[in-house]
Design a protein. Sequence first.
Length: 716
Amino acid sequence: MLWNAIHCEVGSAVNKSKNTETIRREVLSFLKNHGKQSFRIKEIARKLGYADNRDYRRFLEVMEGLDDEALVARQKGNRFSYRRPSGTAVGLLSVNPKGFGFVEVEGTTQDYFVSPANLGTALDGDKVKISTAARSRDGRRREAVVLEVIDRSRKQTVGTFKRHGKFGVVSPDDLRITHDIYVDGDHINGARDGQKVVVSIDRFDSPHAAPEGRVLQIIGPADDARVQVLALAMSLGVSGDFPDEVEDEAQNISQTLPDPSDRRLDLRDKRTFTIDPDDAKDFDDAIHVESLGSGMLKIGVHIADVSFFVHPDSAIDGEARERATSVYLVDRVIPMLPESLSNDLCSLRPDVDRLTFSCLMTIDRAGNVHDYTITPSIIRSKARLTYEEAQAIIDGDDHPLATDVRTANELAIRLTEERMTRGSIDFDVPEVKVRLDPDGTPTEMFVKERSQSNRLIEEFMLLANRTVAEHAASAFDQSPFVFRIHDSPDFERIRNLAHYVRAFGHRLEIKNGTVDSRELNKLLRGAEGRPEAPVIEQAALRAMAKAAYSVENIGHYGLGFDFYTHFTSPIRRYPDLMVHRLLKAYEAGEVPPDPEQLEATCRHCSEKERSAEVAERESIKLKQVEYARDHLGDSFDGVVTGVTRFGVFVEITSLLVEGMVHVRDMDDDYYEYDEATFSLIGVETGRRYQPGRVARVTIVAANLESREIDLFFAEE
């Protein structure tokens, strides 16, 4: 039952137990009388006096029923408020490539299933009005019908053009756009068969006719590997080239730096250095470490001062705000800023003066910050180290900065330990990298090693971000600021996770409708080294809320920080640039910005961040499928990563690609799905396929368009 996992101590009651209908009326009356206020389960029970054990159990049953009937609204943080029954709701539509969709109702965690026949003219990402009266046959799944498209999110898409006589058709690359786009002959604009194009979505008035549009841009041949990656990214909302006016404005920015005595701290004599990937070109953070004696250290985290060069009313800023983030695709980086800024003028290259915004912290060797200064500065980096070079120094190689690097590493280890003690969740998901030949063909898949040198930089950036956020919260208490927030997990998701891990013999304790982050760490540590470890880690990640940017600070659940922001990457993240500007503005006594406008920009940046993550992930998946296509008919060992009623997902260990064995192709037995153990079990043989199991599979198909790989189980 939905509420059984909530642990709450209740005392004995002196009043006679109430029946279910009475409790139902009291709860609805209480929530209705409190308008838009929301309450936790325990708060409602306490305020209504449900102290008797029987009353409390009935109360939980009532709340479950009200939630099922959508008479209460589940808010963030597992809080509940009154929902006026209306039969309609407004929300955002997400479409599955198979044609159906889900509408997430605004302001709640509630979503409704929409069958293909009930989508009308709605497209993925649209804001829609739905009828919520429909119910599935089993009465469990909430269904809806789209009544109206309130706001069309998709104004254009990317796809492959094909001519049909006097008109053309564009088949979208984004599989969530399930309709081809009709293009009249007057609006083909030179497109030829087999080209990737950008097409507008101008009209979609009837679900019985195709959307209509115009070819806006020709990207290139569909069979070109680099065009495929770019087209995929653009189909997911990633911008391509910069407009001419942005490039021109960037080229005209003066290369002359201001006199450092002009309200800027001169730190050019410090032993500052950067640590980045070996292929990095934009260096937006540098550090230095000094010993102050008596066990104290001075730590400097120096960040490229992009705000000095990019002004709020400029074309560069408008484009950067729209992009919101750099996008790291499998074969290239699409930067937020023009390369003359990101790779040159703002980049903290060695042996040249660079403008920075520094967070200087006095810290003891246990990781406690005793004092700090946040100030504009100027530095001159003494060395550009790769992660491999820094790791070699940590391991004992000689280098002029060896003492600095090793001291920084010792402190980073302490910071990690302190963070884990506070409840920071240590997800260590392998990062898949793809090696490409010059024409973009994948030649190797490998896991990027996360060494101690990576952790060193991560910990210093986390420390600076936390220090800046704590400073803003105390120094600018009444003024809006940009925080990086992460809500606690949704109750239903965390309950499902607890149920899922029980099938593997693990336990996740839930209290008061949520889970302590230390319990999640205990779960992850308990699974380490076992076959099911990767699938449990992925399941735990899926149960987490999405981190976001907001003016309203609620803390960062995953890191265990009460205050956190993004300050350290303004070359590649727009919120960091916003933070720099706010720090300078408040220090200068300027009028605070409008909090609603600031929040709107935060929402936009959060949405663009998620689009970038999808584009990065899908570009890698594209190359994984291409790589698998070269191994058709070959057999490999793998690990089962997921099981559904219709098949088994398996990740091939040596190729680092995931495919699916469809249950229709498992013809050695009749398999039934066991929901309790998330397994497919053979009726005759008893053979069981469960996440974490090692299996041998053969690659039988690899589809670049759908980015799907089909597998068969090899004979054992």
